[in-house]
Design a protein around this ligand. Sequence first.
Ligand code: ADP
Length: 601
Amino acid sequence: MTKQEVLKRYFGYDSFREGQEELIDAILSGQDALGIMPTGAGKSICYQVPAMMLEGLTVVISPLISLMKDQVGALNQAGIPACYFNSLLSQYEYYDAIERAKAGEYKIIYVAPERLEIDSFLSIAEECEISFVAVDEAHCVSQWGQDFRPSYLKIHRFIESLPRRPVVGAFTATATQRVRDDIMKDLRLKSPKTLVTGFDRPNLYFETHQSIPKTDFILKYVKAHPKQSGIIYCISRKQVEKICSALCEAGFSATRYHAGLSQEERRRNQDAFIYGDKLVMVATNAFGMGIDKSDVRFVIHHGMPKSLEAYYQEAGRAGRDGLRSDCILLYSGQDVRINRMLIDDNDGNPDLSESEKAAIRAKELERLKLMTFYATMTDCLRDYILKYFGEAGCGKCSNCSNCLAESEEIDITMESRRLVACVATTGEKFGQTVLLDFVRGIPGEKLKLFHLEGKKGFGCLKDVSVRRLREILEYLLRMGYLRTGEYGKIMLTERSHDILSETVRMKVTKERKKRMRDKKTERTAANSDLFEFLRQKRSLLAKEEAVPPYIIFSDRTLREMATEMPLNENEFMRLSGVGSHKCEKYSGEFIPIIREFMKTH
Ligand code: ADP
């Protein structure tokens, strides 16, 4: 079979997405590969297709237990023999799976990195040839990345212990050079084919709000988007509880997830969301790694995450099926303080020296600052994201809240000069809250303690709203007229002096234009009744087979089914996401519904 045939037969897709083919070709020719692609771009296909074409066994190393279960479920649905090795298996299941692997019953096995050192697992390699090792979430090997996992540092030993070195593929969504270098070095990749695809996800709409009543916003949004599945991320467990209760009390279908819940409840709630019994998941960032539910229509961040990497990864869980989805960030100044505290409190990896830890902390603070810029800026949000990830940017995307907002430029020279002057007169010792209280002339404990009341500049901007002052301060930080130092202190820079001779202008939002409507959604609206019937059928089948509905067919496939209305197997096979295994299994379930619908409509 050619790679195209494998893609259609098992996965139901007609063509490869950007980057997939190059990586697959490299792997098939025996070259190591490093694929850097954003969440939802389709990394799994890059190792699953070669796995089906190479002789022998493919081992996929993944840190995400929930993902393994999902992916193995999806592979089995597609007719691919696969299994996983992790703590979800009972001892009996584990040894049974080992025996089956040795007997050559599987093409792909997923394994948690901790298992790689266990003898019983290693015994698989003695009896069957491991031809390909794919390392998913490869950035976990780097101490500079987000999710460092010490066990990832041992992967290379496992690879070296194999009788014949397999081809090694590494995949991640984290693009920074440092992390990339660590992956190459620590996984001992040999002249890999490196491929970085575009980070843009055109079907995602980005929106930010500053200082608005967050709970109200969320309730209104969920009400305005009935039947849509979405995730609401909160920084703390307490906030998760609060928002989830507010949604449930208002009669919405919501559940929750955070590390304070029992493992049993977490699993139950996660399943309720994945299987579609609950529409909205309110969670801390403990939720979502490895969840590849494809029909998540919105991701709202109730609080700002600590970096744009984390934000883009979490927000990127929306719209994996390629349909239009919303990514909304609700920002307040409080978020910066909480994140700063989390960074300061994190003791980090005990194996690192104090100076290494300090360097990592400084890097995290820098990331937090750049995240804050995203939350508060008025230029194109997508452009900022793309540039952050090292791409050329897109200018104005016309599909984010800033591009769609009417904006005007205002002169902020006077306010900027006074703010900078006050940073100097107060000795560069204070953070945003104290500084703003000072220029607004608001007395308080700290101002008293440091004898700031009455000092030159006290109350010099009392007529400007605190919201506008915050915007201006963020702008000055972004433009480098000021900077944040240790503990969030606002400090002067080399550029601070220029403010005396420059005119400073800043773009501010007037009001938001009505959002573009998604043409595709409109077109399919006519078939929404049929879509609903097909969806009900999918839910029934999913329950019967105890798998999430999207593993049977994604929303995208169902929508196409509702528009194309296939009436025989040939037509059914043409749908994107329908391979021969699924066609055989499900065409007889869905085609009669389409026929019935056509008769009655
Ligand atoms: P990632 O691991 O990069 O976050 P996934 O591998 O989960 O992304 O893929 C995201 C979605 O895109 C999945 O639903 C997958 O089936 C789909 N997909 C992947 N490759 C293709 C393709 N060539 N054509 C259509 N859909 C694809």
